[in-house]
Design a protein around this ligand. Structure first.
Ligand code: PLP
Length: 267
């Protein structure tokens, strides 16, 4: 179990907005609160979306993203950062520079390399993939799903859990320090994720929850890892606790009955 802390950790989400509250900074802030962190956020893109999908994306100008981060960190000490939707190469490069300078340069970073929504909308421009690859070494942990790993590695997405360890190692070879490769998109009675760090590979298995309420699962997991990291002495225990917590959130999603599409997870 997570250790109590003298004061709540302060977590920053740099990500997109989802008005339906299932994904994006809204999911991140709710997750931070649920797991005992104080949440702050910098919005990179405004989406128009519901549980049925995304209808519009408006990128926040890079100087406005820079101003949000610089104003915040000049005042508030951030203990951990989660990075989500970055939309364009210019935004990826801006966030890369922000994470490399000032107080954030010494702050742990969880990077969720968001690319396409479950409903099939592009959340990252195709010409931004190289910039995301260049951002990988800036992260302490990256949390790609199977399609995102395929794009980053420029190879077909894994078709079975047996392929995940090799892909996770290849992602680390691209410069990510630690990789949580999420197998939730694969078939099977279990949900298998693979963790890869300097010590090697671990399979993280859990029950597959039969639910349509999966919207925001990736955002929620990466922000849970960020929120829990200050309560553990290493990343893997934080990842294990975050996965267990997300499993419960998936179990409770349908009871929310929000929207007619892929509803949000609920915690
Ligand atoms: N909208 C925003 C702003 C997001 O950041 C994300 C995912 O990271 C999504 C939508 C997609 O969420 P999902 O694929 O769970 O529907």
């Amino acid at each position: 179990m997570a250790a109590p802390l003298p004061r709540p950790p302060v977590a920053l989400s740099i990500a997109g907005s989802d008005p339906s509250g299932g994904a994006g900074v809204q999911a991140d802030l709710k997750t931070f609160s649920a797991l005992g962190a104080y949440g702050t956020c910098v919005i990179t893109a405004l989406t128009a979306q519901s549980t049925r999908g995304v209808t519009h994306v408006h990128e926040v100008p890079v100087d406005v993203v820079r101003a949000q981060v610089e104003t915040l960190v000049a005042d508030v000490r951030i203990d951990v950062v989660k990075v989500g939707m970055l939309a364009s190469a210019a935004l990826v490069e801006t966030v890369d520079a922000l994470l490399a300078s000032g107080p954030l340069a010494a702050t742990p970073v969880v990077l969720d390399p968001v690319m396409v929504s479950t409903s099939g909308s592009r959340l990252l421009s195709p010409d931004a993939v190289d910039a995301v690859r260049a951002l990988l070494p800036r992260a302490d942990v990256i949390t790609p799903n199977v399609p995102e790993a395929g794009v980053l590695l420029d190879e077909p997405p894994a078709e079975s859990a047996a392929e995940l360890p090799e892909q996770a190692a290849a992602l680390r070879a691209l410069g990510a320090r630690r990789v949580l490769l999420k197998g939730g998109h694969l078939d099977g009675t279990e949900s298998v994720d693979v963790w890869h760090d300097e010590r090697g590979t671990s399979e993280l298995r859990g029950p597959r929850i039969a639910t349509t309420a999966t919207h925001g699962t990736g955002c929620t997991l990466s922000s849970a890892v960020a929120a829990l990291r200050p309560r553990h002495d290493d990343w893997l225990p934080a990842v294990r606790e975050a996965r267990g917590w997300l499993t419960e959130a998936l179990r409770h999603g349908e009871s929310l009955d929000v929207g007619s599409g892929a509803g949000p997870v609920h915690h």
